[in-house]
Design a protein around this ligand. Sequence first.
Ligand SMILES: Cc1cc2nc3c(=O)[nH]c(=O)nc-3n(C[C@H](O)[C@H](O)[C@H](O)COP(=O)(O)OP(=O)(O)OC[C@H]3O[C@@H](n4cnc5c(N)ncnc54)[C@H](O)[C@@H]3O)c2cc1C
Length: 315
Amino acid sequence: MAILVFSEETDGHASASALELTSKAAQLGEVTVFHVGEGSADALAELGAHGATSVHHMDPGDGLPAPAAAAAIADLVGGDAPAAVLFGMGNTDRDVAGRLSARLGRPVLAAAVDLSIDPVRVTSEILGGTQQIITEATAQAPALVIVRPKAFAANDTGGPAPSTTAVAAPDVGRSGSAVVVERHVEEQEGPDLEAANVVVSGGRGLGGPDNWHLVEELAAELKGAVGATRAVVDAGWVPYSLQVGQTGKTVKPTVYIATGISGAMQHMVGMKDSGTIIAINKDADAPIFGIADLGVVGDVQQIVPKLIEALKARS
Ligand SMILES: Cc1cc2nc3c(=O)[nH]c(=O)nc-3n(C[C@H](O)[C@H](O)[C@H](O)COP(=O)(O)OP(=O)(O)OC[C@H]3O[C@@H](n4cnc5c(N)ncnc54)[C@H](O)[C@@H]3O)c2cc1C
């Protein structure tokens, strides 16, 4: 069965979510990608390597991509409809999914973590990831599905470059007059939080921004990335780009170390699928211990410096 995947290009590369979705779709059927952006050879090659056989490419220039992309996809799926159109959770992905939903008059199945085709069945997380529901799409194809980051692995199977068809941005009237005036590149030091093998995250239990260096030093010793809870982001200790959770990033490292984090469900939904979870918290009843593989009950200000010292002594 045919599946359409939405992809947006940034800095000459396809988005991580597009590669994850293309890989999954390739296991289920024949994948066509609707790719928005410059259309660099690298981005197209990445999509092919992950299983896309054909790509519809639209370059919106400086225009806000979603209005034209939604109109173009609506035209595309009007005839020979794929079973599903898959989106990641990026801003443009969600913008296009919403507009396409309005154009086609059918719902969007959101927060998907698994998917099967024929019939289309979508497993979604609800209530902050504490429950899962399975929804079967019974409306006319295609089903519109937004998938959570890292629900599927991106598999580079070395496929050939896909055949590419240029799609002109359709005239969408006044909604097509919105332009992107500025792009902000997220500041980043050290390994990429979403791709890191080790993540050390800190929460309010650190006591204040003056103690944040403990999280950074532990992460540096482990060559890991630094994460944070929303509580400390909201308090202004660290930038939003470090937030892990429902309204932040989803991470799936081999090792996740939670220091001074209570384990609110909105935080856990962004890290619960990590390989080994280690929690340090002075409250033995903290919910984070419910999902931790290794729990240390104690004061982060005593334990973390000792850990750093021990790691330094080993290197
Ligand atoms: C719609 C919505 C979306 C949200 N999205 C997110 C999100 O994406 N990510 C997120 O993280 N949160 C999110 N939240 C907030 C979430 O509900 C929690 O408020 C937040 O995660 C708590 O952060 P925390 O664990 O740092 O703080 P707290 O809950 O205050 O926990 C601090 C912990 O530190 C421990 N502690 C205190 N002192 C020490 C010490 N000296 N040594 C060891 N342990 C100590 C305490 O026992 C406690 O367990 C969201 C909330 C809402 C309503």
